[in-house]
Design a protein around this ligand. Sequence first.
Ligand SMILES: Cc1cc2nc3c(=O)[nH]c(=O)nc-3n(C[C@H](O)[C@H](O)[C@H](O)COP(=O)(O)OP(=O)(O)OC[C@H]3O[C@@H](n4cnc5c(N)ncnc54)[C@H](O)[C@@H]3O)c2cc1C
Length: 398
Amino acid sequence: MQALNKLNYIYHSMPQDLEARQYDVLIVGAGPAGCACALTLKDAGLKVALLDKATFPRDKVCGDAIPGRAIKTLKSISPAYEDAFRKFANKCATRQTAIHYKGRSVTFKWVGEAYTCTRMEFDNFLFSLVKEHTDTAIYTDTLPHSFIQDNGGFSITSKNSDLVFHSRILVGADGAQSAVAKKLANRTLDRQHHVGSVRAYFKNVANLDPGTTEIYFDKKFLPSYLWVFPLPGNMANVGFGMLSSEIAKKKINLKTTFYDFVDQNPALKLRFRDATQTGDLEGFGLPLGSRITTLSGNHFMLVGDAASLIDPFSGDGIGNAMLSGKLAAEQAVHCFKADNFTAPLMSGYDRALTGMLGKELRARHKAQRTLSKMPFLLDTIFTACRSNSIKRIIQKGL
Ligand SMILES: Cc1cc2nc3c(=O)[nH]c(=O)nc-3n(C[C@H](O)[C@H](O)[C@H](O)COP(=O)(O)OP(=O)(O)OC[C@H]3O[C@@H](n4cnc5c(N)ncnc54)[C@H](O)[C@@H]3O)c2cc1C
């Protein structure tokens, strides 16, 4: 983090003739992390801008499982937003997960609530909340080109427009390939802490239960799994992901492996016999929260995938992204009250986030590593689950 305190990230010179649009907080990226940040800043009395390279609605490659933490975070920002989500129709309430392995299956009921909903719709729902309920200035189809730090904050130029922005605080919410994290935190890809994955939508997968998410393990790929997540309209989000270091080591072609997985599993083969794939099989990366990365520095914070916060065991990242966006907004308010934007004060965000997620992410990383080193544990779990009381204990741990 110390390296970041140096003003050493001047990449391009700023056009001198353009007047900068002045903001207190500029959020780059309008996914769940960026929107949660903008929603939390409502009524903070700050001038906020939200900038995204895409136009909404836009797709995001994902499993489309909306974890309970996402809804809890929305509620903690405002119960009205939670209400709006409950009224939002295009979702399935999922109450259990069926795990399939070697022809056997075991079902775990969830204690908390969870949903599935396409990211096209969920992210557009969050984006609409920002548009309708806050005074955030929104710039879509805007790709930042340079981030120039001066004593007062950051000047940001955009690639595809002549706009120039100046902001006291920059929030990097621009996802797994974050330009902000690369430029301000020298973020590089670490294959040990990164998952490569593919997903496609299918219609008419046989025996799909709208209340059940499904996971298929195969002993060749443990602890990786193929997921079948139900969506409204008899659709399913089906995908497969693997640690990127394993993909590189074993020279795995994810797309071929995905189709082989379905074809070589007798139960899946049967269920997909009359199913139709709608759209392409698309790939994207998951930066896992199993390593410590820079979260903030002078005048900036990183949130969501830009901060590598994805659960290393389940692959869930939406809830953590929203929580980090909310905490970053709270830190921004704190910085303005103290009129101090230096790294030592900004690191209050790091402490708040690691205080809430650190222990959990470490435990989930341990679970991921244990299963990859001791795949026989999965057999043990299946055997142990014959007993309902042991099953309940395992269920609590999940
Ligand atoms: C295949 C796959 C399956 C997954 N399944 C699940 C799941 O089922 N449940 C779950 O909870 N999580 C899942 N995740 C993780 C989840 O998708 C992410 O953790 C979550 O999207 C993070 O939100 P975010 O707001 O940080 O980033 P994003 O959702 O990626 O949003 C980033 C935003 O920034 C914009 N942007 C990107 N670059 C720039 C730039 N340079 N300038 C301006 N804007 C930019 C993008 O257009 C986008 O709108 C999955 C991920 C993958 C890849």
